[in-house]
Design a protein around this ligand. Structure first.
Ligand code: HEC
Length: 462
């Protein structure tokens, strides 16, 4: 699975980017969230084992093993055979579609897709043909035997020269995280401390995934909280963010892309920062699966979904990442993406354009004129877009000089907003109020007040 790389840069304080997903299948129009509720309410769970519904019935076939398509589920509900009761008239058409979306479809919802790491004798030299499984295992072995520091350096070097490694580095790094936990005898904090964010933090995600394996779902929340509050991690804001955000990714992977359960796990975390960082990981994993799995919580015919279906408290994070989904669905057509943002729920249109600005910045790279042109497409939301570009630049550079120059190029009416965005990220880079003030003055000039205003904002960031 290729990495879109800088093209889709999702930046937080630290700059975390998305990986691309492969083609999607399954076009069931039902809503799997409702389907899940119906599965229990209609008595399916009494007869079927289905992990995504935590059901253990045995009268009918195990639906994880049978893994029926959504069409098959529809047929079964209309014309059941054998001992299964008919739902032809007991459920409405919509309800049947909801069930089909939940039970059927591509991917493996309900099944953890990450396997624990098992070392063997494979070495990098055995993978000259660039076979992904070979590379994944060999880098895992290297991590297990020599520790993550050496192995991650090797990965980074090889990615620079070997296209097969570069395009799969995120998933390889996932496996290395899992191997590192084995190396450190399941102790999370030394594994974390030895890591790097190379290739979009795949290594951190891998540790978290592996740390969850074998745990019952209701234990994941408390376990997650405990993992990240270890002193070696909680003392460092950067590692804390990686850890909590990684929980969002990890819990999605662990539950087989069960978004509702994953969000509930995030809600159980202690602080607002933790909840929000975790939700960001969940939505990112939903839109761009690390494993090439197609989440059930995506719809070809509704680019805004699931943001228009999730609880109000989850919308900020969802809309903050939604254009990753829209761009993918529209084949990276920015005009179509802008049009889709306009059709978002009215209260969230502005956030959709901020998401667009950040992705546009990633796509534009260092070209200010490209970013400006993208934001012009946003029309009356140009300000939202430019605000997000400026934030993205500061995050990406871990410095505000280039963003300061960018803000001088934007239309005069948006310069204030641009500098507010700049300040809102700059605050995380300047350790003291005094230095922050000086930096705002130096970089934003006559817009220093806007920069300081941004720095004082407390809105949680995606
Ligand atoms: C009383 C027990 C019972 C209930 C309740 C029940 N099923 Fe079934 N189900 C069965 C049995 C038995 C079969 C195997 C049917 C056959 O022999 O063709 C089956 C088969 C299926 C299959 C086909 C699996 C395959 O082989 O691919 C699906 C899908 C399915 N059921 C879904 C559901 C859903 C969704 C519900 C709830 C709306 C439900 N079932 C409720 C007993 C039940």
């Amino acid at each position: 699975m290729p990495i879109v790389g800088a093209a889709l840069l999702i930046t937080v304080v630290t700059g975390v980017a998305l990986t691309s997903t492969v083609g999607r299948g399954g076009t069931s129009s039902g809503d799997p969230v409702d389907g899940k509720r119906l599965f229990t309410a209609s008595g399916c769970s009494g007869c079927h084992t289905f992990r995504a519904a935590s059901s253990t019935g045995t009268q009918g076939p195990d639906l994880d093993a049978a893994s029926p398509t959504s069409d098959k589920v529809m047929r079964q509900l209309e014309h059941p055979g054998g001992l299964m009761p008919s739902y032809a008239t007991r459920l409405s058409k919509d309800e049947k579609h909801d069930l089909a979306a939940f039970v059927g479809g591509p991917g493996t919802s309900g099944n953890a897709v990450a396997a624990p790491f098992r070392p063997d004798s494979k070495r990098l030299a055995d993978c000259r043909d660039g076979n992904f499984h070979c590379l994944e295992q060999a880098f895992g072995n290297l991590t297990f035997n020599e520790g993550p520091k050496v192995a991650l350096e090797r990965l980074q070097k090889m990615a620079a020269t070997t296209p097969a490694v570069q395009s799969d580095c995120h998933q390889i790094a996932h496996r290395m995280g899992s191997a590192a936990l084995a190396h450190f005898k399941d102790e999370v904090s030394p594994a974390f401390v030895a890591g790097t964010t190379f290739c979009f933090s795949g290594y951190y995600h891998g540790i978290i995934e592996r740390a969850f394996l074998g745990q019952p779902i209701e234990k994941i929340g408390p376990l997650a909280q405990k993992l990240c509050s270890d002193k070696a991690i909680s003392g460092d804001p950067f590692l804390t963010y990686q850890c909590i955000h990684g929980i969002g990714h990890g819990v999605m992977i662990y539950t087989g892309y069960d978004m509702p359960v994953s969000l509930k796990t995030c809600d159980g975390l202690q602080t607002n920062f933790d909840q929000v960082s975790c939700q960001g990981g969940v939505f990112m994993e939903n839109f761009n699966s690390s494993y090439g799995v197609t989440s059930k919580y995506l719809r070809d015919d509704d680019p805004i979904y699931p943001c228009n279906a999730v609880a109000e408290r989850h919308k900020l994070q969802c809309y903050g990442l939604i254009t990753a989904n829209i761009l993918r669905l529209t084949g990276y057509d920015q005009e179509k993406t802008v049009a889709a943002c306009r059709k978002a729920e009215p209260d969230w249109v502005s956030m959709c354009f901020q998401s667009f600005g950040r992705d546009a910045s990633g796509i534009a790279g260092t070209s200010a004129s490209k970013a400006l042109a993208s934001c012009r497409l946003a029309g009356d939301h140009e300000g939202d877009c430019l605000y997000a570009v400026s934030r993205d630049i500061v995050s990406f550079d871990a410095g505000a000089e280039r963003a300061g120059r960018f803000c001088k190029l934007v239309p005069a009416t948006h310069r204030e907003r641009c500098n507010v965005g700049l300040g809102s990220v700059l605050v995380s880079l300047e350790p003291t109020p005094k230095r922050l003030k000086a930096a705002c003055r130096r970089i934003s000039g006559r817009y220093a007040r806007s920069c300081e205003k941004g720095a004082a904002m407390t809105t949680p960031q995606t």
